[in-house]
Ligand binder design. Sequence first.
Ligand code: ITT
Length: 212
Amino acid sequence: MHSNNIAETAPIDLLIATGNVGKLREFEQLLSDLPLRLHSLIEFPHVVEVAETGATFAENAVLKARGYCEQTGLWTLADDSGLEVTALDGAPGVLSARYAGAGATDEARRLLLLSELADIGEAVRQARFVCAIALMEAATPPPKIFTGICEGRIAHAARGQGGFGYDPIFVPAGYEQTFGELPEAIKQRISHRARAASALKAYLQEQLGLSA
Ligand code: ITT
């Protein structure tokens, strides 16, 4: 089978369609060793925001990828992700960004979640981060979907300044520190997004004729 090395392969333009700078930074790092020319929505100030009306992470990721691909004509990657807390029957789930209401801060969302779990003991604070990535190639719908999960638990208080969103209150399985405290390199190896991105990378390497 023919395979190129990265230096021989013409870069592909790929839009990372997110308004979340934390996600954007993580994707820039996770995809940095592929021959891609990454673009962000900052380059497209006139795009219309895509409504997240789906019932699942995958549905919302596809809605965003399709909506921004149609508007820009670029290969487009969208991520829909969030936190599922077992003691809250999976909430906030797909509503993670809207938890505590529209326009709330990450800190307000973390405080609301901590208060909801105030009476919940150590043994039953399980939670998982879920990530669905949808990739729309302008020429070839339907979208490709890649998913990743990171199991863990909710801390009793926010700890650490790293990461974004719910990171300071999430302790991944096998660790005692939160994603806010752990080195970035660990989150970039074990997170829900890292796992979904690794499946995406395998697909892109195949598409680009690169050996893994
Ligand atoms: P886009 O839709 O523009 O990508 P968003 O922040 O609205 O940005 P989502 O709708 O996917 O993204 O909502 C994800 C929510 O889950 C949001 O509140 C994030 O802060 C949180 N979240 C997702 N991944 C996370 C991670 O790795 N660490 C901490 N919080 C995360």
